[in-house]
Design a protein. Structure first.
Length: 271
């Protein structure tokens, strides 16, 4: 069995202080887009994951599923990568969630969705999101999710700028702490929630606050090319721009090819 594992963008990311568990308090708006890896999982004599040498999450997810189901993790998984790695697009988390679903379906007694969701936070903060559907508001460490009804009628241009790579997500958060980025968290969180309440059409997404963790001059370029909202996704370095018209999105994507790798996407409800 195989299915796509789609990417996500953070339409907003407000970050607060470090919690008692060592993670940061966040409020984030998560939206799938149809840039996707493809994951295949079949029963096998032993656990194997092929296709992407850098994988850790899919293997961990399958081992966790075996433990929870009381079975040996005997699956052969294959990852066909298209989502860039360590770019803020959630590819690893999406791969893990998709592998969980596929492997669970092969069990004689599949786990209920709630049981799968209980495994997800231990794998990564974004994994629970990819086990749900539609846009969601993430709170706590990002894994406490509430469904959102948001417009889906826009085009997304993604750009991964050349020469830009974050050393690690942890390092990005350390830099955030060093500059006192958590100051004003409660005000920014309130502004995000108020903006969500006023969203009725796609262009209203422009009122969401900017990403607290990272910024990029590419976002300014996207706005100059007609994006009604542009920002870094997650801890970066990938940047997105939202466009009302396909022709404008395609023109912007062509204009940004000299800056790095680019894609045109649309919102995805599940995957």
């Amino acid at each position: 069995m195989s299915r796509p594992a789609v990417a996500k963008i953070n339409l907003a990311l407000v970050v607060g202080p470090v919690r008692g568990d060592g993670k940061h308090e966040v409020v984030t708006v998560l939206q799938r887009v149809d840039l996707a890896d493809r994951i295949s999982v079949e029963p096998a004599q032993e656990l194997s994951v092929e296709g992407f040498a850098g994988d850790t999450l899919v293997e961990r997810a399958l081992r966790a599923l075996g433990d929870a189901a009381g079975v040996e993790p005997r699956w052969a998984a294959r990852i066909e990568k298209r989502i860039p790695v360590a770019a803020g697009l959630g590819g690893g988390s999406s791969d893990a969630a998709t592998a969980l679903r596929l492997a669970n379906a092969t069990l004689e007694r599949p786990l209920a969705l709630d049981a799968l969701r209980a495994l997800a936070p231990g794998l990564g903060a974004d994994v629970p999101f990819f086990l749900g559907v539609g846009p969601q508001l993430g709170r706590g460490d990002g894994s406490e999710l509430t469904p959102l009804q948001l417009p889906q009628d826009y085009w997304v241009v993604l750009c991964l700028p050349d020469g830009k790579a974050k050393p690690s997500t942890g390092a990005v958060y350390e830099a955030f702490d060093a500059r006192g980025g958590d100051q004003g968290f409660h005000e920014r969180r309130a502004a995000l929630l108020q903006a969500l309440d006023r969203i009725g059409r796609s262009r209203d997404l422009a009122a969401l606050p900017a990403n607290d963790l990272a910024s990029s001059p590419v976002a300014n370029e996207l706005r100059g090319l007609g994006a009604f909202r542009a920002d870094v996704t997650g801890a970066g370095p990938a940047v997105y721009g939202l466009f009302s018209a396909e022709r404008d999105a395609r023109a912007a994507e062509r204009a940004l090819r000299s800056c790095g790798r680019t894609w045109i996407c649309v919102p995805a409800w599940y995957g």
